[in-house]
Ligand binder design. Structure first.
Ligand code: SF4
Length: 149
């Protein structure tokens, strides 16, 4: 069976903005029997852990890739460049690992698939994908959100 890129936080790596991870039995079931390439695009892009929460502003990950939206922290700091760099590194890791699909952390501005926070830091979700999810999909890697998180 082909390899799968998986958000590192789903594999127990404490790389989330709050310094925690999101490992769960549901994720373990979802990757059972698969070769897994764990990867955190935000850390790979140069951000520290813990870090301020960030959200997409002006569009979703596809818009960030196209230069019409940004990623900002709740302090107002622009981290678009770090998110783009992390997404490119995630794509390279997926290709190097022979991954044809990815199982990613829901709602994240990097890894989210189908829904992301709306940029207001109020917990509201809007349809859309994170920056890494968008780049992977544009390059033929199927992304699905992890169950149970
Ligand atoms: Fe997890 Fe993705 Fe956020 Fe890294 S960028 S902590 S892998 S959701």
């Amino acid at each position: 069976m082909e390899a799968m890129l998986v958000s590192a936080c789903l594999r127990g790596v404490p790389c989330r903005f709050d310094g925690k991870h999101k490992a769960s039995p549901e994720v373990e079931d979802a990757v059972a029997g698969r070769a897994v390439v764990p990867f955190c695009p935000e850390v790979a892009g140069g951000l520290v852990t813990p870090r301020r929460p960030a959200e997409l502003v002006g569009g979703d990950g596809y818009d960030v890739l196209d230069g019409t939206a940004r990623v900002v922290e709740d302090t107002g700091r622009d981290v678009t460049a770090e998110f783009l760099d992390g997404a490119r590194r995630a794509l390279a890791a997926a290709r190097n690992g022979g991954c044809t699909e990815a199982l990613l952390m829901p709602r994240s501005p990097s890894c989210g698939r189908g829904a992301v926070y709306d940029g207001s830091f109020t917990g509201r979700l809007v349809p859309g994908d994170g920056v890494t999810a968008a780049l992977l999909q544009r390059n033929g890697i199927a992304v699905r959100p992890a169950p149970g998180v």
